[in-house]
Design a protein around this ligand. Structure first.
Ligand SMILES: *Cc1c(COP(=O)(O)O)cnc(C)c1O
Length: 427
């Protein structure tokens, strides 16, 4: 491991926060937190939904706004003393609506899952039919799974991708929509690496009188930076997370038109949540301000350029890239040509300090606990400052780790040592 990166990550993070007090008061927990900061700094972070938040976002997140109860919405709270947190929430709402061109934003969802729950609650009643991407093809648990509220309370019809191309079959979506007349159609995925044709989904939804819910949990940051098409003009409701490509705090948000504003707000509070997390909302405001800058647009375009370069380099190493490439930060790849399963690849990569997910591919012959593929993303490594020059090296390290070659961990440490995720704080 590179000791300079280790020390830099440790001391700069620790002095930029109230960490010294934690260290004195609770060294056992402080060691865990510090160890995690080191792990994030010293490994290659390729989990598709992860990123490195800025010091400004972390400052808002670690602020005493965490203490404030503020049930309700700005100007209509159930508690006293909300004048300042009202300003924080208004900033987050204004920044979100301006950035994405939406009439209304709700920034209170605790997470991406909470945002989808609220969208379903706003538009549907239990027993309604929902047409959503099937989970084995990239749908999220909240879109329609027996183990989740979605599959328990709604009648879910799943659409998928075409065998061979792994691309969404819009004709199948249309056919299923006409056959089942869903009340809502959902698009947006945990793994689909291509831009989604929002106009096609809108047309199908209009054909059958369905609402269109776009779950842009993964891609909203790319939308903010102009590196992915904006779903807002097409969707009735857009759900998202604030912590994936948007690079903010862990949390969710919802965008919609003025017509659905009140239903969405009531579906979040009081229907599915209690007091909003005002520190997280302030941190969302900070992240949304960052996401509106030219620097963030450059970041978003670099994320997709890096993903394209990485996909190409992985293909060169013998992996089979799902859909033949990527338009986003996401890559899913079949590792069976290297003689490994997804679970084995994940384990061998982890042992070398490369952190990525195993993935069950569409039509995967392996059980979902094993999978034939891996899923990775370039949002975090791009925040660290890696560019297209580094991507062939990353691909080579992944392939060599999957082939169980020795000495990969040192090379990974050497690479990430040059790109510390948390540079010195300006204090
Ligand atoms: C990540 C994700 C979610 C859930 O977000 P959480 O914050 O983990 O609850 C929902 N939908 C999609 C498509 C996602 O990728």
């Amino acid at each position: 491991m590179s000791t300079t990166a280790e020390t830099a990550g440790q001391t700069t993070w620790a002095t930029g926060t109230g960490f010294e007090q934690l260290r004195t008061q609770d060294p056992e927990l402080a060691d865990v937190v510090l160890g995690e900061v080191q792990r994030q700094s010293n490994c290659l972070q390729l989990i598709a939904g992860e990123n490195f938040t800025s010091p400004a976002v972390l400052a808002a997140l670690g602020s005493p706004l965490a203490n404030k109860y503020a049930e309700g919405y700005p100007g209509q709270r159930h508690h006293a003393g909300c004048e300042l947190v009202d300003l924080a929430e208004r900033l987050a709402i204004e920044r979100a609506t301006r950035l994405f061109g939406a009439a209304h934003a709700n920034v209170q969802p605790y997470s991406g899952s909470s945002a989808v729950l609220a969208a379903y609650a706003a538009l549907l009643v239990p027993g309604d039919t929902v047409l959503a991407m099937a989970l084995p093809h990239g749908g999220h648990l909240t879109h329609g799974s027996e183990s989740n509220f979605s599959g328990r309370w709604f009648h879910i019809v799943g659409y998928g991708v075409t065998r061979g191309t792994d691309l969404i079959d819009y004709d199948e979506v249309r056919r299923l929509a006409h056959q089942h007349r869903p009340k809502a159609i959902v698009c947006g995925s945990i793994a689909y690496p291509r831009h989604i044709d929002h106009a096609a989904f809108r047309e199908i939804a209009d054909d059958v009188g369905a609402y269109l819910i776009v779950d842009a949990a993964h891609t909203l940051g790319l939308v903010a930076g102009g590196a992915a098409p904006n779903p807002v003009p097409y969707a009735d409701v857009v759900c998202a997370t604030s912590h994936k490509t948007l690079r903010g705090p862990r949390g969710g948000l919802i965008l919609c038109g003025a017509d659905l504003a009140q239903r969405i707000d009531r579906a979040v509070f009081p229907f599915s949540q209690g007091g909003p997390h005002m520190h997280a909302i302030a941190a969302k405001a900070a992240a949304l301000a960052e996401a509106a800058t030219p620097a963030f647009a450059a970041y978003a375009h670099q994320v997709t350029a890096n993903a394209r370069a990485l996909a190409e380099a992985l293909a060169g190493q013998g992996l089979r890239i799902s859909t033949g490439g990527t338009d986003t930060h996401l890559i899913t790849a079949n590792v069976s040509p290297l003689g490994a399963t997804g679970a084995q690849a994940r384990g061998w990569c982890a042992a070398a300090g490369i952190v990525l997910d195993k993935h069950t591919l569409p039509y995967d012959p392996e059980p979902s606990s094993v999978g034939s593929g891996i899923r990775l993303g370039t949002a975090a490594v791009t925040t660290q400052g890696m560019g297209t020059d580094e991507m062939p090296q990353v691909a080579g390290l992944i392939a060599r780790a999957v082939r169980q070659e020795r000495g990969i961990a040192q090379r990974v440490a050497q690479l990430v040592g040059g790109f510390p995720p948390y540079p010195p704080y300006q204090t």
